[in-house]
Each structure stands twice: as structure tokens, then as C-alpha cells.
Design a protein around this ligand. Structure first.
Ligand code: C5P
Length: 219
């Protein structure tokens, strides 16, 4: 089979990264979590006391993705592994704001396009099918009910030792979606040629299988 790129977009906590990882492993492709890039820049923004000059912030930043057999994608920010900090509440609360800034998007999108140039990439995010990889061979727009997304995120947080309540997560997810869908630059929206996949009530295995079937159908 020819090398392809897969774009996986959708609202917060819709299960994109879990599924993208599985699909990438099944197809021997590389998984790229673009949200982690915006989170890393947000982490730096917070460390630096929330400066408003985003151009300067990204100009002074190096961001690299590496892969560890066990942990998966690691994010190196200015040479330091910050992966473990990226899901902290503080980062999550500020990431949509930082990701709405033009210099930040320009910086991240360039890197993402570079990573995908050789093909063989499963990339998840908000604007992958619309802006980053408009020519991706397969585009999936993944959705799920807010209740289910909050529930999944809570289990995820428990595993990572991050405290949260279901109500707090529901609110946070809804607010982030609202912000991501209504920003001026590259808002979250379904690409015209994307396949919508509602994962509510479905297992990880079922959703992975559906995407593998879509890949099979490409041939
Ligand atoms: O996917 P994740 O929840 O880690 O993304 C965190 C935030 O990063 C999103 O809420 C969104 O504001 C931003 N993001 C984006 N474009 C992407 C990926 C993430 O704007 N491609």
C-alpha cells in the first residue's frame, strides 16, 4: 500500500489520541499529537509570566518531538522533556487562548507540515484536515457526547494522578470547544471531505476497527 497521511480532528477529549495511537501502531505509522505542541508553548507562556508578545515567545522557542518505545511521543521544549507537565490543569485552562494566536499557529503548523512531508503520519488536532494537511488521504472528524468525553477524561486524569470532578471537566471541555470553534484563525471545524465518526458508546477497539476499515476502503 502507498504511504498515506491520516488527519484526525474533533473536539476536546473525543478520544482522538487514544485512537490515533492504536491506528498508527496497527499500520506502522507515526502518531503526532499536535495538541501537545500547543500545550508545550502554553507551558512556556505560563513559566514566563504570561507575556503578550507571542511572536517573541515562539522566536525564542525550540520544540521537538521524539519517540520513546514505552511512553510514546515526548515533547522537548528548549531541549527539556516537558511531556509530564502538559496535561496539568493550568496548561489546559490557558491552551485555547495561546493556540488562538497567529504567531503560535504559524510556528506549530510549519513544524507539523514538515513532520508529515514524508507521509506515514497519523496526526490529531483541530485543524489538521482543514489547514495542516488538506491533502491527507483520509480525514476523520471524531465526536462524542460531552458527558462521555468528561467521563473518559476523568479516567485519564485519575491514571495520571490529576485531580478533577466530572462537573468541572464538563464545563472545561464545553468552554474549550466553544473557544476553539469560534476563534478567527483555523477554528475547529469538519473538513468537507472528512468522515464523521461518533464514538459515543463505542469501545476503543470498535472505533479503531472502523478507521482501519476506512483505510482499507481507500485502496
Ligand atoms: O488535543 P488537546 O486537547 O491536547 O489540545 C489542546 C488545545 O490545543 C485545544 O483545545 C486547542 O485549543 C489547541 N489545538 C489547536 N490545534 C490543534 C491541536 C490543538 O488549536 N491542531
Amino acid at each position: 500500500m502507498e504511504r498515506i497521511n491520516i488527519a484526525l480532528d474533533g473536539p476536546a477529549a473525543a478520544g482522538k489520541s487514544t485512537i490515533a495511537k492504536r491506528v498508527a501502531a496497527e499500520l506502522s505509522m507515526i502518531y503526532v499529537d499536535t495538541g501537545a505542541m500547543y500545550r508545550a508553548i502554553t507551558y512556556k507562556y505560563l513559566q514566563q509570566g504570561q507575556p503578550e508578545d507571542f511572536e517573541a515567545l515562539v522566536n525564542e522557542t525550540t520544540l521537538e518531538l521524539t519517540y520513546d518505545g514505552e511512553k510514546g511521543q515526548l515533547v522537548l521544549l528548549d531541549g527539556n522533556d516537558v511531556t509530564d507537565y502538559l496535561r496539568e490543569n493550568d496548561v489546559t485552562q490557558h491552551v485555547s487562548y495561546v493556540a488562538s494566536k497567529e504567531p503560535v499557529r504559524h510556528f506549530a503548523v510549519n513544524k507539523q507540515q514538515e513532520l508529515a512531508r514524508q507521509k506515514g503520519i497519523v496526526m490529531d488536532g483541530r485543524d489538521i484536515g482543514t489547514v495542516v494537511l488538506p491533502d491527507a488521504e483520509l480525514k476523520v472528524y471524531m465526536i462524542a457526547s460531552v458527558e462521555e468525553r468528561a467521563h473518559r477524561r476523568q479516567l485519564d486524569n485519575e491514571e495520571r494522578g490529576i485531580e478533577s470532578t466530572l462537573e468541572q471537566l464538563k464545563r472545561e471541555i464545553a468552554e474549550r470547544d466553544e473557544y476553539d470553534m469560534n476563534r478567527d484563525i483555523s477554528p475547529l471545524q469538519k473538513a468537507e471531505d472528512a468522515v464523521t465518526l461518533d464514538t459515543t458508546g463505542k469501545s476503543i477497539e470498535e472505533v479503531t476497527e472502523e478507521i482501519l476499515q476506512l483505510v482499507n476502503d481507500l485502496q
